[in-house]
Write a protein that binds this ligand. Structure first.
Ligand code: NDP
Length: 325
């Protein structure tokens, strides 16, 4: 028997309850993992409260991120005792996820944890940190190096933005943190930002081409902020776009692409191919400063999840919330 947070649908409303389940109730997948840590994401908040149409099949165990140890494997790639991490692939949405002491999983979704990274540390990183690393790798793939010039990170104090700043600073880049919170300047500089740029300036209407400022951009915001960032990117620069915190639109022109050879690279962490994920987790182990791995705001139990799910939707949860199994 093991403990799980189970979602049921009753009269159109979602009900979340911690239950003891029998292992026979787990989905039929080839690898069984003893989950040690999961983490709470905004998407989990939507799923648990039913505020967002994240889940269509019930009963469902939510939790989009998990890390733990293999206890049973019918796949040669994984052995009992091996530490693994999983993010994305629709786990916690279409497939039973990480808010349970046990998870049966498709081996194609799993990444062996690099040595030197514990399951807890992997969950401090989570989907947000993985996405930040994929964005840094997108800049590198486009030929951007620390000598190319400054990098703008938008949505800087968010989960993705803050890890991106720490990674870029560690790698020797000059980092400009784009933020709507001037009071967070000290925090962003401690993370590794050299200077900050305020949201009003970033979101101001832009001409098709502006003064060339950035060798690269990691954008989590979208809309006018992304449009201006493109117009301000230097000749041959790369813009990695992964988010929509400010909106889904992109009111731009072709000018940055056809006159400045700017590359706009989309970044997705959910369906990202496994070889790239393995590379990204290894890079996170190597390049993320150790103090980043201690940055946990709260560590909660399965029983506390419904309360925290409501809080994350109200914007009352800051930093990383780990779920200990
Ligand atoms: P957070 O909510 O932690 O951070 C978003 C940040 O964006 C905020 O901290 C804020 O930064 C800024 N922001 C918020 N609202 C606005 C606004 N209206 N206009 C401009 N800036 C705003 O989110 P995450 O960092 O976890 O995720 C960032 C984005 O990336 C989200 O849109 C998310 O959906 C997406 N995402 C995409 C993934 C992928 O695979 N492509 C994976 C993970 C996330 P500040 O206060 O510094 O201004």
């Amino acid at each position: 028997m093991f403990k799980a947070l189970v979602l049921e649908q009753e009269d159109g409303a979602t009900r979340a309850e911690v239950r003891m389940l029998d292992e026979s109730s787990l989905p039929n997948e080839k690898v069984q993992v003893a989950v040690e840590y999961s983490s709470l994401n905004y998407k989990d908040g939507l799923a648990i409260t039913g505020a967002g149409k994240i889940i269509n099949q019930f009963p469902m165990v939510p939790g989009i991120d998990l890390a733990g140890t293999v206890i049973h494997s019918e796949d040669d790639r994984f052995q009992p005792g091996q530490a693994v991490v999983l993010t994305g692939w629709g786990v916690g949405e279409r497939y039973w996820g990480g808010f349970a002491e046990r998870a049966n999983l498709n081996p194609d979704w799993l990444v062996p944890l690099p040595s030197g990274l514990s399951p807890r540390e992997a969950m401090v990183i989570g989907t947000a940190g993985l996405t930040a690393m994929l964005c840094v790798m997108a800049l590198e793939d486009g030929g951007v190096t620390p000598t190319s010039g400054p990098i703008l990170v938008t949505g800087a104090s968010g989960g993705v933005g803050s890890v991106a700043i720490a990674l870029l600073a560690q790698l020797g880049y000059e980092v400009v943190a784009g933020t709507g919170r001037p009071e967070g300047e000290e925090y962003l500089k401690r993370l590794g930002a050299d200077s900050i740029r305020l949201r009003d300036e970033m979101a101001a209407p832009s001409r098709p081409l502006e003064k060339q400022l950035w060798a690269g951009v990691i954008d989590t915001v979208g809309d006018q902020v992304l449009a201006r960032a493109l117009a301000e990117t230097r000749y041959g620069g790369v813009v990695a776009a992964c988010g929509l915190a400010g909106g889904v639109k992109l009111p731009t022109t072709v000018m940055p692409f056809i006159l400045r050879n700017v590359r706009l690279q989309g970044v997705d962490s959910v369906m990202c191919p496994t070889t790239q994920r393995i590379r990204a987790w290894e890079r996170l182990q190597q390049d993320l400063p150790r103090e980043q791995l201690q940055a946990v705001e709260a560590e909660i139990s399965l029983e506390q999840l419904p309360e925290y799910a409501a809080r994350i939707l109200r914007g009352e949860v800051r930093g990383r919330t780990l779920v200990a199994l």
